[in-house]
Write a protein that binds this ligand. Structure first.
Ligand SMILES: Nc1ncnc2c1ncn2[C@@H]1O[C@H](COP(=O)(O)OP(=O)(O)OP(=O)(O)O)[C@@H](O)[C@H]1O
Length: 277
């Protein structure tokens, strides 16, 4: 009798394992980049880049200075459009939409692909107004609705408990790490699908870095996160996949664990073992 029960439990475990593995395989591709080239006038900053980034994963971009990581990140919400004499070839699709299609509403694109910068950049207005800024710009005026969005966004950014009693104080009065989490709340408030982060912890101390890393790990439940980092330990701590960039090329992209423990390319190995960079 006992062994029958044990067998049933075992079968149920197997079944669950199968479902989970199938679930993993069915993760949708959120961003599909195909043969992407990017130029700043004559500078060929990205060269034939093809990558798939899946939903609800943290995707890290690593590589030495000037290899194209930030350029790649900024292509994803067409921030580079703002720089004169730039040009792009190839395609970037977010789900079914080609983001370079002339019909694309770039303002809408930047709402669904939010960005967090290296240096925390809260507006010199209250904590509440910082987070409510985007929703207000989208036409939400109702005070209760705004309050709900502000609380939800600050909770998502793991900042609510620290600021709930001082929402009217200036965003710039917070510590660097809190300011960065405020910026993440500001992005979350417009309900993006993708969050781009350009070295979001490089201006923070170790404790603040730890908090933002923990937050990134939680954010992937609701968002796809693409993050540039100079810190390889950070990439290995927080990301599911990593792409190694060099001179505008993607040399290797793989599961983070695989890329750091068993890289396929010699250049990747040399970089992660500190032979150059
Ligand atoms: N606004 C710009 N105008 C002209 N060239 C640029 C501009 N931004 C970047 N570049 C050039 O494009 C190439 C890629 O730069 P990018 O900033 O994407 O590299 P990165 O890997 O993010 O570097 P870092 O790690 O130092 O931030 C470099 O040769 C850089 O000089």
């Amino acid at each position: 009798m006992i062994s029958q029960i044990e067998k049933k439990v075992e079968m149920a475990d197997e079944q669950e394992k199968k479902i989970r593995i199938t679930g993993e395989q069915e993760k949708k591709v959120k961003i599909s980049v195909d043969q992407l080239d990017f130029f700043y006038d004559q500078t060929h900053a990205l060269n034939n880049v093809s990558l798939d980034i899946k939903e609800n994963e943290v995707f890290a971009l690593i590589g030495p200075s000037g290899c194209g990581k930030t350029t790649f990140l900024r292509v994803l919400n067409r921030m580079n459009d703002l720089i004169p004499k730039t040009s792009v070839k190839g395609s970037v699709r977010i789900e079914d939409q080609d983001i370079f299609d002339p019909g694309v509403d770039v303002v809408q694109l930047r709402k669904s692909v939010g960005m967090v910068f290296q240096k925390p950049n809260p507006f010199p207005i209250s904590i509440f107004d910082n987070v409510a800024y985007g929703p207000r710009a989208n036409g939400i005026k109702n005070k209760e609705e705004l309050m709900g969005i502000v609380e939800e966004s600050l909770r998502q950014a793991s900042l609510w408990d620290e600021v709930k009693d001082k929402l009217s104080e200036s965003g710039t009065s917070l510590s660097g790490g809190q300011q960065q989490r405020l910026c993440i709340a500001r992005v979350a408030a417009v309900k993006p699908e993708i969050i781009l982060m350009d070295e979001p912890t490089s201006a923070l101390d170790p404790l603040a870095t730890f908090k933002v890393e923990a937050l990134i790990n939680e954010l992937k439940q609701n968002y796809t996160v693409v993050i540039v980092t100079h810190n390889m330990q950070q990439a290995s701590r927080i990301s599911d996949k990593t792409a190694f960039f060099l001179n505008g090329f993607v040399i290797e992209a793989d599961e983070t664990n695989q890329l750091f423990t068993n890289p396929k390319e010699k250049q990747t190995e040399d970089y992660i073992t500190g032979k150059f960079g």
